[in-house]
Design a protein around this ligand. Structure first.
Ligand SMILES: Nc1ncnc2c1ncn2[C@@H]1O[C@H](COP(=O)(O)OP(=O)(O)OP(=O)(O)O)[C@@H](O)[C@H]1O
Length: 614
């Protein structure tokens, strides 16, 4: 074997492991798994800033326009005072009324345009977050997906990110604008009358203290409420992933009651969050109303005593009245901010998951022809707290030909394929392809040379063509026709209403088990792989198709290296070599005839499948 060209060291490290993630402790299957137990690496507010920063320009323009709209509104009470003075002086109302009209029109236009621009920025922020999440989710390591619940992840991508829209747009800028309004109003109050100002400030302090108490509770309640939604999504996803089994088991009522319980929990948690939000509203509203009454009382007395004129009192009251908007706006913004921070917390947990980062890497090799595979004393287990599945597996499949992996169920045959594909790293020992440890291959290149047909031959929602070209997007019509013929799919394509462009349903439910397997085989062959991994590829085929595909396998083995996990030995009796697995070790390697002669386990398997006399 010639060793592949190119630097090995330069392409290491394509798998990313979040250093902050704690080991998983998942045993409960009824609720959504916590995506990660460690808190997000950065404070949610810092992350919010990072997400919003690329859209800052639009946010600031929108915010400035909204702020200008608010300022224009602030002038209204002053003009009203002017109107009263003008009336009491018997002067013409034309000038103040013109001002008032201009203020209303300009204020209205600014109040519409500013929030609209901020909403656009908010949608852009959500898009940025979703893009990051999508990239992360699709590249998650297989081990992470083993322990997670897709329904919960879907909820994070859809529902949680949606909560960010308002917070990233109107909330922060609106809150800041409202805060400035309030500060401006307070300054004006101090300028108008210090005694009334003091009365009002007591109330402002009261509101602040109450908010400090309520806000963290809103955030916690929102996290709980969003988690409950995720749990519900997980349960629903669980049912649809085994829909026929649920029905055939008559388990609808049981599943409905579980979903109902999850929906009730989501409702209860939502109500709790709403309770704190409502309390925040009251906590802001009540003191302002009390302040209004107190100003009326104290101000009335001051007017009666001549310490203050009636115009100033009315101006002060109007100012207070006007400030109710910004005050309740600020409180609503703070509540929304808590909701958004809760959402960021859940979104950021996904960032802590282990994923396979794409890295630019030099190609290792331009070799064609069959790839060689070798396992050298490989041990492996799926988790630190799980038993070893491989206890020192050693075998080689050196180039062109058919290698069959056989042995009892659970012996570790499928795991061999997972290690070759680098879905998991071997614990000790080495798994090499073309003499290079799989850990040293650029991940994309390694997987690019392999065609893999999984045990349950999954197909994805979409058209038949989309499913076939998934691993070979550049395949031409001629190539597709050829694999369709080779995989005995011609009849299926002819009978489908739109041929190759017919949709084949969620998880290929409109296809038979055998058809799904043949689609998966055709997909793998279309890639023209240097290494073909077939897992139980013929288990659901009828006798005629099994014989035909056995021929396909042997044909492929003429050109490439084919590894097949087989339970039905009839399909692999003519394999170049058969590797017999037993409880995580290779107990024998040989041809069918040699193994029947020398290996007791294989002889038993062959006898039980009527391939030899017992
Ligand atoms: N993702 C996983 N997490 C934890 N344990 C796993 C995982 N996948 C497989 N196992 C366990 O590893 C062992 C070997 O599984 P593997 O699928 O490799 O066996 P196999 O020989 O292919 O079996 P079969 O012939 O039934 O398909 C089994 O005990 C199985 O329960």
């Amino acid at each position: 074997m010639s060793s592949p060209a190119g630097s090995v060291g330069a392409v290491r490290g394509t798998q990313r492991t979040a250093s902050t993630r704690k080991p998983e402790t998942m045993t409960d299957t009824t609720t959504a798994a916590p995506v990660a137990e460690a808190p997000a690496a950065k404070a949610p507010i810092t992350r919010l800033w990072a997400y919003a920063r690329p859209h800052l320009r639009l946010l600031l323009i929108g915010g400035a326009l909204s702020f200008a709209g608010g300022l224009v509104g602030l002038v209204q009470p002053l003009i009203a005072m002017d109107v009263i003075d003008t009336l009491s002086n018997d002067e013409s109302l034309t000038r103040p009324l013109l001002y008032l009209t201009a203020v209303v029109i300009v204020g209205g236009a600014l109040a519409a345009l500013g929030p609209y621009l901020m909403q656009i920025a908010g949608q852009d922020v959500v898009l940025t977050v979703r893009r990051q999440l999508i990239g992360r989710l699709v590249r998650l390591q297989v081990a992470e997906v083993d322990r997670l619940k897709p329904g919960d992840l879907v909820s994070r991508l859809t529902s949680d990110t949606n909560l960010l829209r308002t917070v990233a747009s109107t909330t922060v800028i609106g809150g800041v604008t409202d805060a400035f309004m309030i500060l401006g109003g307070i300054a004006l109050m101090a300028w108008l009358d210090l005694a009334l100002f003091g009365t009002t400030m007591a109330m402002v302090v009261m509101v602040t203290v109450m908010m400090l108490f309520i806000m963290p509770r809103i955030q916690n309640a929102t996290v709980d409420s969003q988690k409950a939604l995720g749990d519900m999504g997980s349960l629903l996803e669980r049912i649809f992933s085994a829909f026929r089994t649920v029905k055939a088991s008559g388990a609808e009522d049981h599943e409905i009651s579980r979903l109902d319980a999850a929906a009730t929990t989501a409702r209860d948690k939502g109500v709790k969050a709403s309770f704190w939000e409502a309390l925040a509203g009251v906590a802001a509203f009540m003191p302002v109303n009390i302040a209004f009454l107190m100003v009326l009382g104290v101000g009335g007395a001051r007017v009666a005593s001549g310490a203050m004129d009636v115009g100033t009192l009315i101006g002060f009251l109007l100012l207070l009245f006007y400030l109710m908007g910004p005050i309740s706006g600020l409180v609503a913004s703070l509540s929304q901010l808590q909701t958004g921070l809760a959402a960021i917390h859940r979104v950021e947990e996904v960032a802590n998951l282990d994923s396979e980062e794409p890295v630019e890497a030099e190609r290792m090799t331009d070799r064609d022809g069959p790839a060689q595979v070798a396992f050298a004393d490989v041990t492996f287990r799926y988790g630190d707290d799980l038993p070893f599945v491989h206890h020192g597996v050693t075998f080689a499949s050196s180039g062109r030909g058919l290698t069959a992996l056989v042995g009892p169920s659970g012996a570790g045959k499928t795991t061999v394929f997972s290690l070759i594909e680098r879905f998991y790293p071997a614990t000790t020992g080495s798994v090499t392809v073309d003499g290079v440890d799989v850990a040293d291959w650029p991940l994309e290149e390694l997987r690019g040379l392999i065609g893999y047909v999984e045990q349950d031959a999954p197909v994805l929602d979409g058209s038949l063509r989309e499913n076939l070209v998934m691993a070979a997007p550049d395949a031409g019509d001629g190539d597709i026709d050829e694999v369709v013929k080779v995989a005995r799919l011609t009849e299926l394509v002819d009978k489908l209403p739109d041929g190759l462009d017919s949709r084949i349903g969620y998880r290929g439910t409109t296809l038979s088990g055998g058809e799904r397997q043949r689609v998966a085989i055709a997909r793998a062959l279309l890639r023209k792989p240097r290494l073909l991994l077939l897992d139980e590829a013929t288990s659901q085929l009828d006798a005629a198709n099994e014989a035909a595909l056995k021929q396909v396998m042997l044909d492929a083995a003429e050109r490439t290296n084919v590894l097949v996990v087989a339970h039905r030995l009839s399909t692999v009796t003519s394999a170049d070599q058969i590797v017999v697995f037993d409880t995580g070790v290779v107990r024998a390697v040989g041809t069918h005839a040699e193994l029947v002669e020398n290996d007791e386990l294989y002889r038993g398997l062959a006898a039980s499948q009527l391939l030899t006399a017992a």
